[in-house]
Ligand binder design. Sequence first.
Ligand code: ADP
Ligand code: MG
Length: 292
Amino acid sequence: ATPTSIMVGTGRAAELGILFRKGEALQTLRSAQLVALDKTGTLTEGRPELTDIEVSTGFERLEVLRLVASVEAKSEHPIADAIVAAAEAEGLVRGPVDGFSAEPGFGVIGNVDGRSVLIGADRAMTKAGIDVAAFNTTASRLGYEGKTPLYAAISGQLAAVIAVSDPVKGTSRQAIRALHDLGLKVAMITGDNARTAHAVASGLGIDEVVAEVLPDGKVAAIRRLKSGGRTVAFVGDGINDAPALAEADVGLAVGTGTDIAIESADVVLMSGDMRGVPNAIALSQATIGNIK
Ligand code: ADP
Ligand code: MG
């Protein structure tokens, strides 16, 4: 493309709320074959709500929620906010926490009232030697419903399965349909569990799912998607999306996301509206078309 056509193209894009931080991204985007998107905060609102708690025999629902919310109050994860909000809605008073620690991609742990409270994904429980099989049936049902099942262990005993649900953005489905109409494949990359990821992806018509990716695993996931010379665009919003945004042929950051994601991206979608993704690609194709 000529400098003039790039200027016209990026100008048009800006009117649509799409900021090209690098002019050359307009050309690379034109050859994109696959668009990979982060799930939480990109395809979904990123504001999960607690939907279910099922406790083990001998545990009391509100007491489990109180203990778990006490620990989660120390975490900044959106899942933690959902749990803390649910406890507040029940009028529960959180206890003081010591020995708090968070393991990204796994969960959090801390001591409340002299009891150790662990909450997180099944892999966090497995790592702590806690068997979650008692909740297998419930957890798979929750996953098929597109909810994220989490487990709570109190003093080393499996105490509850807790689900959070993060609504899909209204624009995500339309965006994916438009990407398919432009002839692209669509993938989703997420740290969430596989069943939940597949449920959300199939509702959206997504072609490929990479789930249970640890925070530092997104770069490797992008590399794998790029193999065979496929041109890959990645769309993300979070701190742990930043390296993947840089690794992709074109990185598109959601403008409502974290600063580090925006700084690592070639393109910024000013609003959280996912239709900005096919719009950016359509525009890149039109820009090149104009100067042929
Ligand atoms: P994503 O950004 O895709 O949600 P993360 O790596 O942040 O991925 O989290 C992956 C999984 O780790 C979550 O789905 C959850 O099961 C678990 N997890 C992470 N942080 C917490 C937390 N504060 N409380 C409970 N579970 C957590
Ligand atoms: Mg995200």
